[in-house]
Ligand binder design. Structure first.
Ligand code: SF4
Length: 540
């Protein structure tokens, strides 16, 4: 994650209300959170219920009703024996006699605390209507799995309604050192708790800021390109026709979700054709293969189905054409990428791989008047233009492919990001680490001065990124399915409670409340139609 952070001033609009049961708790928080409304609600179930159901003055009720985020903060008793007095507990859910209320943005609060150098324990909390002591603590821990217990949060949580809710509690007593009946422990635990609460409270402002309404911009186009859809469909059809296992050399497309899904359906991914049993069916991935790999498959009598993207095949054809005319070919691409390996294999004696302008140092051509360049299809357009410019300075007679090798799908997604990044404080690119086109989208955004991050799915979001992010852009690389965009925006039913923390439930759900602000951002003059037309053209 890099780039310049932009956007501020959200704290003033956050309207955070903190509910603190005891006066000592309210005092600790008030001194540390001058911008928030701190309400002392009273100890225990009855007072908590009364406070939020009518026991408040009209003006306070109105402020509470209009607040963007509601937090409950105060002391708690540890159930988990590893907790110590002064430890900070952030609730992922609070369980009470009437049910359980989730706190899906707990991870955001924990991240805000971590940014302040405060470690916290993140997990379930339970509220009871009486003081829990002795063996009841362990019974309660076993029954609920909760880290800690208090006497108010479950009831105060109702005040949040469907707004973001955080529960921050500081441990004042533990199973080994209970407050009841021990004045010295009470004084020491209370003092430690007061200090820890005052220190941790400012994190609530950051949390409120991060979970507040924000504008979400969706890039268009995004997600699967025609070449990727075609490759996946080829594997699916092969599975239907021949039944599992169908072997696939390398990842059919560079996306962990796509690969896992096809594996579940019977595809077996291998690194080389030599791993495929003789005579079996093998699919070559969208990135293409070298003639050597085709020879290996032939030697093993494999039934080959080629899912190479036609735009990659076009680059292979150009490599053979230039090599046949005795050209030295500078292939602009990333060393080790499957597509580069496949293209290089078409004319190994003629191709020189260059990854950047610096790689040109010391490179020579057999005949300076017969020099050509080709490029990996998924690079950033600007990156390629820079290298081509340097090549042309060096070899003025440089020639290139008939039309640019950067495929339209890649280029259009980059154009959309370029436009959108200028408006965003943060750009999330959905795609896998080995997806070249997805990584280029991150770089394009960063070049525009926007913070950007590559995530496989919603669980990859670091809640801390959302701090100060008024406008968040979302896009997906050409190998990432659209369903992942939905999961980032809406949260996923498949996620575990722990993984549910980051952006999903609250921060992104709030996109709904700001839905009139949401809009897709198209890149320049590009649009899905022109891309589709271009892809169609390229695939003829
Ligand atoms: S990104 Fe372009 S080259 Fe790669 S599979 Fe998609 S259409 Fe083909």
């Amino acid at each position: 994650m890099s780039g310049n952070a932009r956007g501020n001033g959200r704290a003033q609009r956050a309207h955070l209300v903190v509910l603190a049961p005891l006066s000592i708790e309210a005092r600790a928080i008030r001194s540390a959170l001058p911008g928030a409304l701190i309400l002392q609600t009273g100890m225990g179930r009855t007072r908590s219920t009364r406070a939020i159901t009518g026991g408040l003055p009209e003006r306070t009720k109105r402020i509470l009703g209009e607040a963007g985020a509601v937090a409950v903060a105060g002391f708690c008793g540890a159930l988990d024996p590893s907790l110590r007095p002064g430890d900070v507990v952030v609730a992922t859910q609070v369980r009470g006699p009437d049910g359980t209320r989730p706190c899906p943005s707990a991870g955001i609060l924990a991240a805000a605390l971590a940014a302040m150098g405060i470690a916290s324990r993140v997990g379930p909390l339970v509220s009871t209507d009486h003081v829990v002591s002795g063996s009841e603590r362990e019974d309660l821990r076993q029954e609920t799995g909760a880290l800690a217990v208090d006497m108010e949060s479950a009831w105060l949580a109702r005040a949040a309604g469907d707004r973001p809710l955080a529960i921050l509690r500081v441990v004042v007593d533990t199973p080994r050192r209970e407050l009841t009946g021990n004045p010295l422990s009470t004084a020491l635990g209370g003092l430690r708790g007061y200090r820890a609460l005052a220190k941790a409270a400012p994190a609530l402002a950051s949390w409120a800021e991060a979970t507040g309404p924000r504008t979400v911009l969706l890039a268009g186009p995004r997600s699967f390109c025609a070449g990727v859809e075609r490759a996946i469909e080829i594997v699916e059809r092969a599975l239907d026709r021949y039944g599992p296992p169908v072997y696939v050399r390398k990842q059919i497309v560079h996306n962990v979700h796509v690969v896992r899904d096809l594996e579940r359906r019977g595809a077996v991914f291998v690194e080389s054709a030599e791993e495929v049993p003789a005579g079996a069916t093998v699919v070559f991935s969208a990135h293409g293969v070298s003639p050597e790999v085709r020879d290996q498959a032939r030697a093993r009598h494999l039934h080959v189905i080629d899912a190479t993207c036609p735009l990659v095949t076009k680059v292979h054809t150009e490599a053979r054409r230039f090599a046949g005319s005795k050209y030295t070919i500078f292939l602009i691409g990333h060393d080790g990428h499957e597509e580069v390996e496949g293209t290089t294999g078409e004319a190994p004696g003629s191709i020189r791989l260059i990854q950047n302008v610096e790689d040109l140092d010391g490179m020579e051509a057999e005949d300076p008047d017969r020099v050509a360049y080709l490029s990996q299809t998924t690079l950033a357009v600007d990156e390629v233009d820079e290298v081509v410019g340097a090549l042309r300075d060096r070899f003025p007679s440089l020639t290139g492919p008939g039309s640019d090798d950067i495929c339209y799908a890649t280029q259009n997604r980059q154009d959309a990001v370029k436009v959108m990044a200028r408006e965003c404080d943060l750009l999330l690119v959905i795609g896998s680490e080995n997806s070249s086109n997805s990584k280029r989208l991150v770089e394009v955004a960063e070049r525009e001065g926007c913070r950007a991050a590559l995530i496989d799915d919603e669980t990859g979001i670091d809640p801390g990124w959302l701090l100060g992010a008024d406008t968040v852009g979302v896009t997906a690389g050409a190998s990432a399915p659209e369903v992942l965009v939905d999961r980032v925006l809406d949260g996923s039913n498949e996620r575990s409670e722990a993984a549910a923390d980051p952006l999903a439930h609250e921060a992104i759900r709030l996109k709904r409340s700001a839905s009139e602000e949401n809009r897709g951002v198209q890149g320049g003059s590009s649009n899905e139609r022109s891309e589709a037309a271009a892809e169609k053209e390229g695939m003829r």
